[in-house]
Write a protein that binds this ligand. Structure first.
Ligand SMILES: [Fe+2]
Ligand SMILES: [Fe+2]
Length: 419
């Protein structure tokens, strides 16, 4: 993990991503380089600064890395948008996570497990409503959210419910794109997404995460992680046992690890023989896994995840569904922090389906890295000379901790980013 503030030698100063941490002053106390200046911006606007600093006998500069946008700014930004970009109702998220925890903890107690699954289904039935209400959703659905802290409050790893909720939402968005006038199917897909990994509840955590994650006292049985391959079948059986018989829900759970080419599990089905709900969950699951890896160092940004998923089209995934995912979330999903060709930094608010490279962006920082207030919006145009240079981060993947009560206004608005 990168240190928050570190010393950078002058020779490397302009190669560093970050901002100046403290005013750099001359011997006569004149400020040569003020704190807060963005180094990438400096690289383009004042490359001569290095020789100037050298002339004043300065050899090192304190630099800090800061997120381009803070959590508060992000929420303020979302709140100031009309029409609103939605954020998943935090209360709904919180209830869902607790409920998931209860199911996992009591998986061996049939009565409690069935009650938990039914409650979860009631909660899940709210999600399609949110999906229909909001044409776009910030993707961090539920953020990585200081997983460690949250994990300590639960005996179930927090990543499981978060992953499941994110997959459920992504699945719902894709299903809605493909079958906009079939609400029952969208709802079944959301449920399927929510329960797709429920079969894993029967295994200890170290089996999910690989033998390396076993704690002292946990005995590793060789090949045990292969047992995990049973989770689609176990999950399906569990739901049937709870009187869930909807073929789309069951298909999603059973077939979410099938591959388009026929190399998947458990049935090695090929192409359209795989249930449609299973194909949708497979894409949502992969995308969510890539962007929200439980170990954050492994996570990649949405644009990278999308290209990975696109690369697996026709080997692993149905191309029609990958296209629907793209149009549901855009290349730069709402909530992505982007840097523009003119050095400004903004948050993507919405992307039109036909124009994935040209989203509407909320400008939050100017070319020198200073916050812009009030925020202004900018529509990137194909023919314009301002374009998105790179995605900096999926901000909303990080800090929307469902355990932090939001202000009344943002909590009520349910207006809204999901692994
Ligand atoms: Fe799975
Ligand atoms: Fe999964």
């Amino acid at each position: 993990m990168k240190k928050k503030v570190w010393n950078v030698a002058l020779g490397e100063l302009l190669d560093v991503e970050g901002v100046v941490a403290e005013d750099v002053v001359s011997k006569s106390q004149a400020v040569i380089l003020p704190a807060g200046v963005s180094l990438p911006a400096l690289r383009e606007t004042r490359p001569e600064i290095v020789s100037l600093l050298l002339k004043h006998g300065i050899t090192h500069v304190k630099v800090k890395s800061i997120p381009a946008i803070t959590a508060t700014e992000f929420r303020t930004a979302l709140g100031s948008i009309v029409p609103s970009v939605a954020e998943l109702n935090p209360l709904l998220t919180q209830i869902a996570i607790h409920q998931f925890g209860a199911i996992y903890r009591n998986i061996e107690d049939r009565a409690m497990r069935e009650r938990g699954i039914r409650t979860m289904m009631t909660i899940a039935s709210r999600l399609p409503v949110e999906i229909r209400r909001t044409p776009q959703i910030t993707l961090s659905l539920v953020g990585a959210a200081e997983r460690e802290g949250a994990r300590l409050r639960h005996s179930v790893p927090i990543s499981v419910p978060i992953h499941s909720i994110n997959v459920a939402l992504l699945t719902g968005y894709v299903a809605q794109k493909i079958f906009p006038v079939w609400p029952a199917f969208v709802e079944a897909c959301v449920m399927g997404g929510l329960f797709h990994d429920i079969g894993k509840a029967f295994f200890p955590q170290y089996v999910w995460n690989g033998p390396g994650s076993a704690r002292r006292g946990e005995k590793i049985i060789p090949g045990e992680s292969k047992i995990l391959n049973c989770h689609p079948l176990l999950g399906e059986t569990l739901l049937k046992d709870t009187d869930v018989h909807d073929p789309h829900i069951l298909g999603a759970v059973r077939s979410h690890h099938e591959k388009w080419s026929g190399r998947g599990i458990p049935d090695r089905l090929k192409g359209e023989d795989i249930s449609i709900s299973g194909r949708i969950v497979a894409v949502a699951d992969a995308f969510e896994n890539l962007t929200s890896r439980f170990l954050e160092e492994d996570a990649c940004r949405s644009d990278q995840a999308i290209s990975t998923v696109i690369g697996l089209t026709n080997s692993d995934f149905d191309s029609r569904i990958v296209r629907a995912l793209l149009s549901a979330i855009g290349l730069y999903p709402p909530g992505t922090v982007v840097s523009l060709s003119d050095q400004r930094v903004g948050i993507v608010l919405e992307t039109k389906e036909r124009d994935l490279l040209c989203p509407r962006v909320l400008i939050c920082a100017d070319a020198l890295g200073r916050r812009v207030s009030p925020f202004e919006t900018l529509k990137i145009r194909k023919e314009g000379n301002i374009y998105i240079k790179e995605a900096l981060d999926d901000f909303s993947k990080r800090k929307l901790d469902p355990y932090v009560p939001l202000s009344a206004s943002s909590a009520n608005s349910v207006k809204m980013r999901l692994g």
